[in-house]
Design a protein around this ligand. Structure first.
Ligand code: GAP
Length: 440
């Protein structure tokens, strides 16, 4: 099987309208990306899949959507103002900046080749700073949030007071986060503007020992449901040198990206660190009153924190395959049908004799059930290949027999198998196939 490289993924994404470099016509902006017609659909599908998993399929999880700009005290309390930094060095010669922990400081500068030319490591805060209002001084400083989690913590009391939730319960949120990342290579893997899908699960102190393994298991099972191959995922427990400043224990789900095993999602045991910090900084107790026992306590938190945009890259890399079919190359994205940007393509075999019109009618009929695409141009083999390359799991062709007996041909992307189905049974056949979908 041909190797999956990042270059191939980047090229497919541009060619087929998944992802483009931001501001490309001006030479591009580092660390920022635009999602094209298929990319935004794929991203939205993964987002919806996660949202449904958390807020619909799990007990006791509610959602919120907090603002990106928050009081700067939030980030003082959370520790991000003082701790959220990377050690950086500059090349004294060419002024290029590197993460001190990612290069060998005894080697020449990788950009200009100069020897012994690095400055002493200096901490560089990753938060983007801006100002609210007309004045731009310290009193107007605000930050673009570097994680969505804090929007959840600062609304803990609001949610408890308004939603009848009882510990243990979770608050889920999906949204943009921003980090001034210096090393932004590997496409959308690490960007300055990205999206996160985070859930903070509030439990009674001590019960985190039970919920932490529970959520690890749940999160790995989620990727299985999403159709990601088991062999492409593994766990990595943080060593004491890797633990974030807020974490008691942490595990990453890693995915085998083209550049190697890398973090996809973190599951963190955050104790009562954040709610305690906010209590200290805002002066209001962020505690929970148990309605049965009347006990008051600050809950412990188990956090699941996934990158949505990193999930998009993972889904593309995991799905990508180049097959050799009788000497012909077939590029195919094996997306799970639930996240495929287009689920069903409708392709009339001939345009004349009313067959194209029948196909258009069928497409309109299927629209309310599936995301569809109509294509009548080119040889059928080429149309199939175009759909394979963007990961469309089902193609329907109509021909003269359709006029006679209302049957169509349903083709499955992965096996390329074709079956004849009555039009009345199409929706149920496709839904059943999606329910039973298993990646080879
Ligand atoms: N609230 C905890 C938190 O933010 P994190 O490990 O820093 O934890 C969680 O980030 C996830 O967010 C990562 O596993 C990754 O998927 C995603 N992520 C973090 N930084 C990113 C970046 N610069 N670009 C894209 N995704 C990123």
């Amino acid at each position: 099987m041909a190797e999956v490289t990042m270059d191939k993924i980047v090229s497919l994404c541009k060619r087929r309208g998944f992802i483009f470099q931001s501001s490309e016509i001006y030479g591009g902006l580092n660390g920022a990306y635009d999602y094209g017609p298929l990319g935004v659909q794929l991203k939205n599908n993964i987002r919806d899949f996660w949202w449904k998993e958390m807020t619909q399929l799990h007990d006791n999880i509610v959602g919120i959507d907090a603002s990106i700009l928050m009081a700067s005290k939030v980030w003082e309390a959370s520790g991000h103002v003082s701790n959220f930094s990377d050690p950086m060095v500059d090349c004294k010669e060419c002024k290029s900046r590197f993460r001190a922990d990612q290069i060998d400081l005894n080697s020449p500068c990788p950009v200009c080749g100069n020897r012994d030319s690095f400055t002493e490591p200096k901490n560089f805060n990753l938060m983007f700073e801006t100002h609210i209002g007309a004045k731009s001084d310290a009193s107007s400083t605000v930050y673009l949030r570097p994680e969505t989690a804090q929007g959840i913590y600062v609304n803990f009391k609001n949610v408890v007071a308004s939603s009848r939730v009882k510990v243990p319960f979770g608050i889920a949120q999906i949204g943009k986060s921003f980090r001034n990342e210096i090393t932004t290579k590997n496409f959308i893997f690490r960007s300055c503007e990205f999206e996160q899908m985070e859930m903070q699960f509030f439990v009674k102190p001590g019960e985190d020992e039970k919920w932490f393994p529970y959520w690890r298991e749940q999160r790995m099972a989620f990727y299985d449901k999403m159709g990601i191959r088991k062999d492409s995922l593994k766990w990595h427990q943080h060593g004491s040198d890797e633990l974030a400043f807020y974490a008691k224990d942490a595990y990453d789900i890693q995915f085998l990206f083209p550049m190697g095993w890398q973090e996809l999602e973190g599951v963190h045991s955050r104790t009562d660190y954040d709610l305690k910090q906010h209590t200290k900084f805002c002066g209001k107790k962020q505690e929970y009153l148990d309605p049965v026992t009347n006990e008051r306590y600050i809950p412990y938190v188990v956090e699941t924190s996934a990158g949505l945009t990193r999930n998009v890259l993972m889904a593309l890399c995991d799905a990508y395959e180049e097959e050799d079919i009788d000497g012909d190359k077939r590029t195919v994205l094996h997306f799970h049908p639930s996240i495929a940007p287009i689920e069903v393509a409708i392709l009339p075999l001939v345009k004349k004799d009313g067959i194209a019109d029948m196909a258009k009618d069928l497409e309109r009929e299927l629209r309310s059930e599936f995301s569809t695409f109509y294509d009548q141009s080119g040889a059928i083999g080429r149309r199939y290949r175009r759909m394979d390359e963007i990961g469309t799991p089902y193609c329907i062709t109509l021909d003269y027999d359709t006029k006679e007996n209302d049957t169509v041909t349903l083709r499955f992307r992965d096996s390329m198998e074709q079956v004849r189905v009555h039009k009345n049974e199409l929706i149920s056949t496709i839904k059943e196939a999606t329910k039973n979908y298993k990646r080879k």
